[in-house]
Design a protein around this ligand. Structure first.
Ligand code: C5P
Length: 240
């Protein structure tokens, strides 16, 4: 049927913000709401896909009809992706993965004492899960199909060194994914507020095959619909 271009396709969507534990009661987090990832999962389900929704911390309900896997930290998200991605036809990395985590997890709550020095939290880099998924796909690790389509996200601002589009294209090349959904964040005003937690979005969908960037604007559901149509076009199933 014409309206179900992803019928029979397995899609894994990650969404939300990871939390990086400091001690048993504290974490470093971010403001990702998970709305855009949830909208993409819903749109993929509506297009007929079997969807696994890997949810870090989200402010919205996971989509009806998805298999939901809950994770907390970036390392847990990585484990969940490595478990579910090899069977997928399409992977969408919409999660806001923390770039850094505390270098050690304190086994008990850090207590304050009157005579203590100011505590210091040392951070280490988290693995780049998107880059790793592309590498494993390219290497055929765990039987991952070589034609698996991988979609990344980026939020970029323009500055003296380049435009948001230029930074987005550079990121697309560096990460090696097929599509990159680029949110152009205003360098002025409170740019972050315009991406995180909002119901509307304006994005450019960039493709590694060099085809023209496509503007997708509107509600997060409308942007999700455009992303899913672009995925179907990349798979060659958009006329089904
Ligand atoms: O490098 P940057 O964080 O801007 O890249 C964003 C894209 O990379 C998103 O698709 C995000 O889910 C993914 N990412 C990741 N692992 C990280 C950081 C980002 O998979 N450690």
């Amino acid at each position: 049927p014409a309206s179900r271009p992803l019928a029979g396709r397995r899609v894994v969507v990650s969404a939300g913000g990871t939390r990086e534990p400091i001690d048993p009661v504290r974490f470093l987090g971010n403001r990702s709401s998970g709305k855009q990832g949830a909208a993409i999962a819903r749109a993929a389900i509506a297009a007929g896909a079997d969807v696994t929704f890997v949810a870090a911390h989200i402010d919205v309900a996971p989509p009806d009809g998805a298999d939901v896997v809950r994770v907390d930290s970036a390392l847990e998200l990585r484990d969940a992706m490595l478990a579910h991605v090899p069977a997928a036809d399409v992977v969408v990395m919409a999660a806001a993965v923390a770039d850094f985590r505390p270098s050690e997890l304190q086994p008990s709550k850090i207590k304050k004492r009157d005579d203590m020095a100011d505590p210091v939290i040392t951070l280490v880099r988290n693995p780049d899960i998107l880059v790793e998924l592309v590498q494993r796909r390219n290497a055929g690790t765990d039987g991952t199909p070589s034609d698996q389509l991988i979609v990344g996200f980026a939020a970029e601002t323009g500055d003296g060194g380049g435009t948001a589009l230029e930074y987005g294209l550079a990121k697309l090349a560096r990460k090696g994914c097929e599509l990159l959904v680029l949110n152009e964040v205003g360098a002025d005003e409170s740019g972050a507020e315009r991406v995180f937690g909002q119901d509307h979005n304006s994005a450019l969908i960039l493709a590694r095959d060099g085809s023209e960037p496509e503007r997708a604007a509107g509600s997060k559901d409308e942007v999700a619909g455009a992303v899913v149509r672009r995925i179907a076009r990349a798979l060659g199933t958009d006329h089904r």
